[in-house]
Design a protein around this ligand. Structure first.
Ligand code: FAD
Length: 578
C-alpha cells in the first residue's frame, strides 16, 4: 500500500523528506498497542489499517498545503495528535495518510486574561505546569497529561475538577480550523482580529463544528490553533515528588486537600452531593468506585486481581464514599470555611465519618497514573461518559449495571422500580456479557458533580480479559446504546462512537441527517478520516457476531463514496495475522 509518487513529491515539498515517511517500522509505531483504549476489540480488528505514509507539518500553512494536496490526489487522511485515543485515531482505509501534529508547538500565555494560545502539538503536562507557574489551572483528563490539549478539548475535556472549571465547550476560545478542502476558518474573536480571547463569533457559534458533545474525532477538518481558558488557582506552585512510577504532586496542607467522607447509603451519598452543589463549596466532588481502592493498593496487575476478587456484590452494595477536593483559592480562611460547611453537611448523616487522605495528588491535577489507573486489566473502554443532570447520572449507571448483569431483563425491571432492590434480587447471571467483561460485582458506574453543582456526570467503564473472546464486549457496547434510547437517557456516544443510523433517528430526531449534511457540505470527497462518522455502522455491518443485533433501519447504500467502506482493510488485517 502506498501513495502515488507524484503525491509523495508534492508532500515532500511542504515539509522536506525528514518529516515525511513510508518506513514500515514507522507505520507500525502509529498503532496504539495492545493495551490501549478500545484496543483489541472488534472495532480495531475490523476497522483499522496501518497508514501508507506519515507527515509532520510545522505550521498552519503547511496543513493547508497538505490538505489541498490530499484533495488533489484523492488521499484520505487522519489528523493525529498523540494517538492515546486508540483505534479511533488509526487509519480506517487503505492508502491513507496520517497528519501528525506533534511539531505544531505554538505557545503563548495571556497572563492578564488567563488563557493559553497553543498549537495541537502542545501537551497538557507542559501546559498545566505553565499554568501553575502563573497561578492558574485547567483540566487534565484521566487519559493523562501526555495527551494533546487541543485533541482532548475537541472530544473530551473533563475530570472531577470540572465542578468548578465547568464544561469544556466553554473553555475553547479563538480557534483556527483547516477544512477538508483546504479553506482556513477562524472561529471566535480570531474571525475579526488577531486576538483569540473570545470563543463565540458573530452569528451561530461555530464551535459546534468542532465537537458537538464528544467530538467528531477528526472527520471535519484539522484544528491548528486554539486559545484555551484557564482559571485562577492558588499562587503557590505544587511541587512534584517521588520516583517514577510512583510520582505525585505534593499538596499544600491547609490550602488544598482531598478528603473522603464515608456514608451509609446511596441516597445519603447523592444527597451530600446535592448539598455540596447548593452550598457552592469544593473544587471536586466524586463518588469513589470500589475498584479504585483496589487499584490504589495494588503494586501490579496480579496483586490487583488478588485484591479485587476478594470483593463481592455485598461489599460493593455497602460501600458509599464521597471524595472531595477543597481548594482555598483565595486564602486559608476560605479553605477552612469550606471544610466547616462540609462537616456540617455530613453531620446530618448519622454514623458518617471523615477520612483524611495522603497530602498528594497523582490523578487530577497533573495526572501521572493514567495507564495504571485505567488499564489495570490491560483493556478498557468507557461505554458512556456524559454530562447531564445529577438525576440522570445516578440512574444511568444503575441501568448499565442491570443491563450487564442480566442481558436486558434486569433493565426491564428497573424502569419503574427501585434499582438497588432489583439488583439485590436473585443471583447475578453472567451469561450475557461476562466473560469477556471482567467480573465487576454489579458496580453501578461512576458519577460526580459538575458545573458548580448544576450538572451531573456519569461514566460507565468496562474492562475485559484480552485472552477471552471479545465479541461480548462489542455486543455490550452496542446494547448499552440501545438501552439509552429505550429508557430515554441522554448519551454522548452518538455518531463517531455508535452506529449513526441507530442513534441519529432517536436523538434530535434526524440528528444523523443533519450531521451527514454538514459532513457532505464541508468534506464532499470524504477525505477527512473516512468513514467517520459512519465508521460504527460499517463496523457492525462487517462483523457477523453483531448482525443479530441490527434492529434499526439500515440504508441500502450509505451516503458516502463506496471506497470509504472497502473491506480491503479487513483483508490486510487478516494477512497481518490479527
Ligand atoms: C484510559 C483513558 C482515560 C481517559 N479519561 C479521560 C478523562 O477522564 N477525561 C477526559 O477528558 N478524557 C479522557 N480520556 C480521553 C483522552 O485522554 C483524550 O481526549 C485523548 O487522548 C485525546 O488526546 P490525544 O492526543 O491522545 O488525541 P489523538 O488520539 O491523537 O486524537 C483523538 C481524536 O481527535 C482527532 N484529532 C487529533 N488532533 C486533531 C486536530 N488537531 N484537529 C482535529 N482532530 C484532531 C483524531 O483524529 C482522533 O480522532 C481518556 C482516555 C483514555 C485512553
Amino acid at each position: 500500500m502506498s501513495l502515488s509518487r507524484q503525491a509523495m513529491k508534492a508532500l515532500e515539498a511542504v515539509t522536506g523528506s525528514k518529516y515525511l515517511s513510508e518506513d514500515p517500522a514507522v507505520m507500525q509505531s502509529y498503532k496504539s498497542g495492545p493495551g490501549g483504549y478500545e484496543a483489541g476489540l472488534g472495532y480495531e480488528r475490523v476497522m483499522t489499517v496501518l497508514p501508507a505514509a506519515v507527515i509532520l507539518p510545522k505550521t498552519t500553512d503547511d496543513v493547508v498545503k497538505i490538505v489541498k494536496i490530499c484533495a488533489r490526489y484523492n488521499i484520505p487522511y487522519v489528523p493525529y495528535a498523540t494517538g492515546f485515543y486508540g483505534p479511533k485515531t488509526h487509519c480506517h482505509v487503505d492508502d491513507e495518510l496520517i497528519i501528525d501534529m506533534k511539531r505544531m508547538q505554538h505557545f503563548d500565555w495571556d497572563e492578564k486574561h488567563i488563557y493559553a494560545d497553543v498549537g495541537p502539538g502542545v501537551i497538557y503536562a507542559s501546559l498545566q505546569q505553565e499554568a501553575f507557574n502563573k497561578g492558574a489551572y485547567g483540566i487534565i483528563g484521566g487519559g493523562g497529561a501526555q495527551c494533546s490539549a487541543i485533541a482532548n478539548l475537541l472530544g473530551d475535556g473533563w475530570s472531577p475538577i470540572s465542578l468548578k472549571i465547568g464544561l469544556p465547550h466553554r473553555r475553547i476560545l479563538g480557534t483556527e480550523l483547516v477544512l477538508p478542502e483546504g479553506e482556513l476558518v477562524k472561529l471566535g474573536s480570531l474571525a475579526t482580529s488577531d486576538d483569540p480571547f473570545w470563543g463565540e463569533g458573530p452569528g451561530p457559534d461555530l464551535r459546534i463544528l468542532l465537537r458537538g458533545f464528544t467530538g467528531l474525532r477528526g472527520c471535519l477538518g484539522i484544528v491548528t490553533r486554539m486559545a484555551i481558558k484557564y482559571l485562577p488557582f492558588i499562587q503557590e506552585s505544587l511541587v512534584p515528588q517521588g520516583i517514577a512510577p510512583n510520582t505525585s504532586l505534593k499538596l499544600i496542607t491547609g490550602r488544598i486537600e482531598w478528603t473522603n467522607y464515608q456514608v451509609n447509603s446511596k441516597p445519603e451519598q447523592v444527597q451530600a452531593m446535592y448539598d455540596i452543589g447548593q452550598a457552592e463549596v469544593c473544587a471536586a466532588c466524586t463518588k469513589v468506585p470500589v475498584f479504585w481502592r483496589a487499584i490504589a493498593k495494588a503494586e501490579d496487575k496480579e496483586e490487583f486481581w488478588d485484591i479485587w476478587l476478594k470483593e463481592n456484590e455485598e461489599t460493593l452494595r455497602n460501600f458509599f464514599l464521597v471524595r472531595v477536593m477543597v481548594i482555598g483559592f483565595c486564602n486559608e480562611e476560605q479553605f477552612q470555611y469550606e471544610q466547616d460547611v462540609l462537616d456540617e453537611i455530613f453531620a446530618q448523616f448519622e454514623g458518617s465519618h471523615k477520612r483524611r487522605t495522603k497530602p498528594s495528588d497523582e490523578s487530577w491535577l497533573k495526572n501521572a497514573d493514567s495507564s495504571g489507573m485505567w488499564l489495570m486489566t490491560g483493556s478498557y473502554v468507557s461505554v458512556e461518559f456524559v454530562i447531564e443532570s445529577m438525576n440522570q447520572a445516578v440512574g444511568h449507571g444503575e441501568h448499565y449495571a442491570a443491563l450487564k448483569k442480566d442481558n436486558m431483563h434486569g433493565v426491564d425491571d428497573v424502569v419503574d422500580g427501585d434499582v438497588p432492590e432489583i439488583i439485590a434480587e436473585g443471583q447475578p447471571n453472567y451469561d450475557g456479557f461476562t466473560p469477556g467483561l471482567f467480573p465487576d460485582f454489579e458496580d453501578p458506574g461512576w458519577f460526580q458533580l459538575f458545573e458548580n453543582g448544576h450538572q451531573g456526570y456519569s461514566e460507565f467503564l468496562i474492562y475485559w480479559d484480552q485472552d477471552e473472546d471479545t465479541a461480548s464486549v462489542d455486543r455490550f457496547f452496542l446494547a448499552s446504546s440501545k438501552m439509552n434510547i429505550r429508557y430515554g437517557f441522554y448519551s454522548s456516544h452518538l455518531g463517531p462512537h455508535q452506529p449513526l443510523y441507530l442513534t441519529g433517528p432517536q436523538y434530535g430526531p434526524n440528528y444523523h441527517i443533519w450531521l451527514l449534511k454538514v459532513k457532505n457540505e464541508f468534506d464532499p470527497m470524504w477525505l477527512s478520516h473516512p468513514p467517520v462518522p459512519l465508521a460504527h455502522d460499517i463496523f457492525v455491518q462487517r462483523s457477523e457476531w453483531m448482525h443479530d443485533m441490527i434492529d434499526w433501519e439500515v440504508p441500502e447504500t450509505y451516503p458516502m463514496p463506496a471506497w470509504t467502506c472497502s473491506t480491503a482493510a479487513r483483508k490486510l488485517r487478516a494477512e497481518d495475522g490479527r
